[in-house]
Write a protein that binds this ligand. Structure first.
Ligand SMILES: O=C(O)CCC(=O)C(=O)O
Length: 413
């Protein structure tokens, strides 16, 4: 780890805030850009933008009508909509809590069942208010005593409908494996959605999309902050008509606060941070596991050890920039003060361009359908080298980024 002086860190944060992120409102383009304009003003500048294009809108019911009711989907399921995130789990072998990267349970279900569960999950009495703390602690299965293979569906009593018990269970169709062109190839072949965007392909210069993914979920599902090594075009397709903002601008760059847009009806809500925020987001290695619902209870099953017998780990961000103004969270993650989050609301029919390596956290305000097109990024670029360098920086004078014992045990309440 390279240590950075406070002066250097403050200058970086100031430059990014004043020059890269603060100079303009987030642009909204009302027609497809030319490849030159898109390349010059957005790709080369590593600057997101929103596009209002004449893209097809489909309601949730219309989309489900396009699918066969008994077609099988692999759905991501979690107890509270927060998976693929760093969570606290109770490790009984240590008699302590530890932080782990926890993935959702993957459950196969028919289209019809998914539709029913999604609807019911959105109708629960407890309303989502956004930013709920991840305060539920789930037990970590001790695989020395319980082999994960023995955790079968047989543990759930026969004829038991988990729906009655999984009060807060959240279902999110969020495959990231090119699902629209693979698992849902019949839907894709109907030509409802563009297969690519010429101006984007010309500007990126890396060929057709590497993956096209469909996302179906509601306001209870959150994708925690992460970055992709892709140029990303996300198309949002909301089940409800959104309310337009009056000023033709959805959000303003802001140096030290999150700019919000008032939204009455739903759509996708992105929180973006520029790649320069990398040293301030507490991205580090965590042991990994996966949620499992068995015997009417949720637990976390650790991932199998790697070929050297070492616990599997995943590098992931722990701090939550949307909690930057929460004093308790800020005192736990003080470097968040140097970040530049921006909240962007993307209503139906609009597309958001997320430049490669931009961090993003995503949620919805209602039942939402989204499609993202991932184009390869160019690694042979100044941006990647700069980003890679930033990832090595430890801006804390105490060096408290460094994992001294590698266990990630929780010491705070
Ligand atoms: O829509 C989501 O929940 C996540 C989307 C995302 O992370 C992406 O488009 O890269």
């Amino acid at each position: 780890m390279l240590h950075a002086s406070k002066v250097a860190v403050e200058e970086l944060a100031q430059d990014v805030g004043m020059l890269w992120c603060n100079s303009l409102t987030l642009s909204i383009l009302d027609e497809s850009p030319t490849a030159l304009l898109f390349l010059r003003d957005y790709v080369a500048m590593s600057r997101p933008c929103i596009m209002r294009l004449p893209l097809r809108r489909l309601s949730m019911d219309e989309l489900f009508d396009q699918l066969l009711p008994d077609e099988t989907l692999t759905v991501d399921v979690s107890p509270d909509g927060n998976a693929d995130v760093i969570r606290r789990v109770h490790d009984s072998s240590l008699n302590a809590d530890r932080r782990m990267f926890v993935q959702p349970e993957e459950r196969s279900m028919s289209v019809e069942e998914f539709q029913k569960r999604l609807r019911q999950s959105g109708q629960r009495k407890t309303r989502y208010v956004g930013n709920e703390p991840l305060d539920r602690v789930f037990p970590l299965v001790d695989t020395r005593h319980t082999h994960p293979d023995s955790l079968t569906d047989d543990c759930v009593p026969a004829n038991d409908d988990p729906m009655d018990n999984e009060d807060a269970t959240v279902y999110y169709y969020s495959r990231q494996n090119d699902c629209l062109r693979t698992e849902l190839s019949q839907l894709w072949s109907r030509g409802l959605f563009p297969s690519s965007f010429d101006w984007a392909e010309q500007a990126f210069g890396t060929g057709p999309p590497q993956a096209v993914n469909l996302w179906i979920g509601n306001e209870r599902a959150t994708s925690s902050m992460h970055k992709d090594h892709y140029e990303n075009l996300c198309k949002s397709q909301c089940a409800h008509v959104p309310v337009r903002d009056s000023e033709n601008e959805l959000a303003k760059w802001s140096n030290d606060c999150i700019a919000t847009v008032y939204v009455v009806s739903g759509e996708k809500i992105f929180t973006l941070c520029p790649p320069a925020d990398a040293p301030f987001l507490y991205e580090r290695d965590h042991r990994s596991g996966r949620f499992s619902y068995r015997g009417q209870a949720w637990s976390v099953v650790p991932d199998a050890a790697d070929s050297d017998g070492q616990p599997t780990s995943v590098r992931w961000i722990e701090a939550n920039v949307t909690q930057k103004d929460n004093p308790a969270h800020l005192s736990q993650f003080p470097l968040l003060k140097y970040t530049h989050p921006i909240e962007v609301v993307v209503p139906a029919g609009c597309m958001l361009y997320i430049p490669a390596l931009w961090f993003h956290r995503v949620t919805q305000s209602c039942e939402t359908i989204g499609i993202n097109y991932w184009y390869d990024m160019k690694f042979e670029s100044p941006l990647y080298s700069y980003f890679h360098f930033l990832q090595q920086l430890d801006p804390s004078e105490q060096g408290h980024f460094s994992e001294k014992d590698g266990t990630n045990l929780c010491t705070e309440q």
